[in-house]
Design a protein around this ligand. Sequence first.
Ligand code: FES
Length: 106
Amino acid sequence: VKVTYIAHDGTETTLDGAEGDSVMATAISAGLDGIVGECGGSMMCATCHCYVDDAWSDRTGPRKDGEDDMLDCAADDVKDTSRLSCQIKLTAELDGLVVHLPSSQL
Ligand code: FES
């Protein structure tokens, strides 16, 4: 499942993630800058904040319970498309997903 991460400076990185892995875990295992994922995906840190590309926001679905509260702690502005990337699991339907990374995560 291909996921393209677009950094704040415009740098694009496309990774091939496994189905069932999260957008966060895929980035961490590739050592991608811009996603920290401090809590390991348990919705406790908001350092995996990303903005889902407009073309994909319908397919990634709504935020999960608790995501809104945690996003309040995110370092960067929260927009309508903001998600915790640990809560987006890769599926075949998400092949080609594009997410934008905030300018800071800490
Ligand atoms: Fe901590 Fe997503 S990795 S909230």
